[in-house]
Write a protein that binds this ligand. Structure first.
Ligand code: SF4
Length: 361
C-alpha cells in the first residue's frame, strides 16, 4: 500500500483502517515512521503535565475508572482545588520545562456554580505563559464559548472505544453525546484533544472503529491520547485479560498514519510498559507523553526513569511551542536550558499527592 506521507484525509474507511492493522508489523512500523518523519522531528517528544483539580465521586459509570462513584476503588475524593493551589502547581510544571498544563475534573459536566472558578484557573494559568488544557466532561455551547474566551487552548474529551462497544463500557452517556461536545469545542475555536483506551476487552474491530471515528472527524484532533487500560481493582474491568503489547504498538502506528499532523500521546498505562515497549511506541509515531509523580491509584513512570529513557533513546522534550507570552523568550530559553540539563527534577514534587492519571473524561 502506498500512501502520501503528509496527506491529511478525513474520509478514511474501515476497510482501509483494517488493512493497516493487518499489515506485517515491520511494514506497518516502517510506514508509520515515514509519515512521522514527514511531519515531525522524529526525536522530539512533547511533555505535558496533568493536574487533577477535582477528584472522584463522578456520577458517570465508565467501567475502567477509579473516579467513578459507581465503584468502590478506595479512592480519596477531593473537592475542586483552590485557584491558588492550581496556579502554584502550574508554576512548578513550568519550571520543570512543561509547555502545556492540563487540568482534569471528574465531572459529568461542569456545574454553573463551578464555572467562575474554572474560568479563573484558565486565565491565571494562561497568564504564566503556559498553554492550557482542560477536561471537565460534557460541555454545552455556552460553556465551550466561555472557556475559549477565557483563553483555554485545548479541550480533552475522549471517545474511548468504538461506537458499537461504547455501551459495554459506559451507560450514563452516549457516543453521540461525546461527538456533540467535540463539535462544540471545535465551534468555539479551541483545539481538540481526543483519543481512546486500548485493552478494555474490545476486539480489533473496535480498535479499527475507534481510530476511524477519530480520523473522520471534520478536523483531526490536535492531540490524540492513546491510553492503555490501567486495571483498577474494584472496577468492572479490574481483571480484564491483558492485551498483546504489539497490538498496542499497532494502534499507535495506525493512529500516526491516519492523523499525520496530530500529536499522538502515549498516556495512561505507561507505567505498565517496559522501556522496550515504550521505545517501540515512539518508533511507531507517539510524540507526546504525560509525566508526573505518584498518581492517585495508578503511577506514571518515575520522572528520573523518563529522563534516563529519553537520554538512552536520544529523544529530547519538545519545548519550542512553549510560549506566546510577554516573557516568552526568557521562558523558552529557560525551558531549553532545563531540557538540555535533563527536563525535570524528580525531587521537586516529592510528597505531593496531586499528580493524577491522564485517563479522565
Ligand atoms: S472517566 Fe471521567 S467521566 Fe468517566 S467516571 Fe472517570 S472521571 Fe467520570
Amino acid at each position: 500500500m502506498s500512501l502520501p506521507s503528509s496527506a491529511v484525509r478525513n474520509d478514511w474507511t474501515r476497510v482501509e483502517v483494517r488493512a493497516l492493522f493487518e499489515l506485517p508489523f515491520n511494514d506497518l512500523l516502517f510506514q508509520a515512521q515515514q509519515v512521522h518523519r514527514a511531519n515531525f522531528d522524529a526525536n522530539a517528544v512533547q511533555v505535558s503535565t496533568l493536574l487533577s483539580i477535582k477528584t472522584g465521586a463522578c456520577p458517570e459509570d465508565c467501567k475502567y475508572c477509579s473516579q467513578s462513584g459507581h465503584y468502590d476503588t478506595g479512592l480519596d475524593k477531593e473537592k475542586l482545588l483552590a485557584i491558588q493551589k492550581v496556579v502554584e502547581e502550574a508554576k512548578n510544571a513550568r519550571e520543570k520545562g512543561a509547555s502545556r498544563f492540563c487540568m482534569g475534573a471528574a465531572w459529568r459536566s461542569p456545574r454553573e456554580k463551578d464555572m467562575p472558578y474554572v474560568l479563573e484557573m484558565v486565565r491565571q494559568v494562561k497568564a504564566l505563559g503556559l498553554e492550557t488544557c482542560m477536561t471537565l466532561g460534557m460541555l454545552d455551547g455556552d460553556q465551550a464559548g466561555r472557556l475559549a474566551e477565557a483563553g483555554l487552548d485545548y479541550y480533552n474529551h475522549n471517545l474511548d472505544t468504538s461506537p458499537e462497544h461504547y455501551n459495554q463500557i459506559i451507560t450514563t452517556r452516549t457516543y453521540q453525546d461525546r461527538l456533540d461536545t467535540l463539535a462544540r469545542v471545535r465551534d468555539a475555536g479551541m483545539k481538540v484533544c481526543a483519543g481512546g483506551i486500548i485493552g478494555l476487552g474490545e476486539s480489533r474491530e473496535d480498535r479499527v472503529g475507534l481510530l476511524t471515528q477519530l480520523a473522520i472527524l471534520p478536523a483531526h484532533p490536535d492531540s490524540v491520547p492513546i491510553n492503555q487500560l490501567v486495571k483498577i481493582p474494584g472496577t468492572p474491568l479490574g481483571d480484564v485479560e491483558d492485551l498483546d503489547p504489539f497490538e498496542f504498538v499497532r494502534t499507535i502506528a495506525v493512529a500516526r498514519i491516519l492523523m499525520p499532523k496530530s500529536m499522538v500521546r502515549l498516556s495512561a498505562g505507561r507505567e505498565q510498559m517496559d522501556e522496550a515497549l515504550q521505545a517501540l511506541c515512539f518508533m511507531a509515531g507517539a510524540n507526546s507523553i504525560f509525566y508526573g509523580e505518584k498518581l492517585l491509584t495508578t503511577t506514571n513512570p518515575e520522572a528520573e526513569a523518563d529522563r534516563l529513557l529519553f537520554k538512552r533513546l536520544g529523544l529530547s522534550p519538545k519545548v519550542e511551542q512553549a510560549i506566546a507570552h510577554p516573557e516568552g523568550d526568557a521562558l523558552l530559553a529557560q525551558a531549553r536550558a532545563q531540557a538540555a540539563a535533563g527536563f525535570f527534577d524528580p525531587a521537586a514534587h516529592q510528597g505531593q499527592p496531586l499528580w493524577r492519571d491522564a485517563m479522565v473524561n
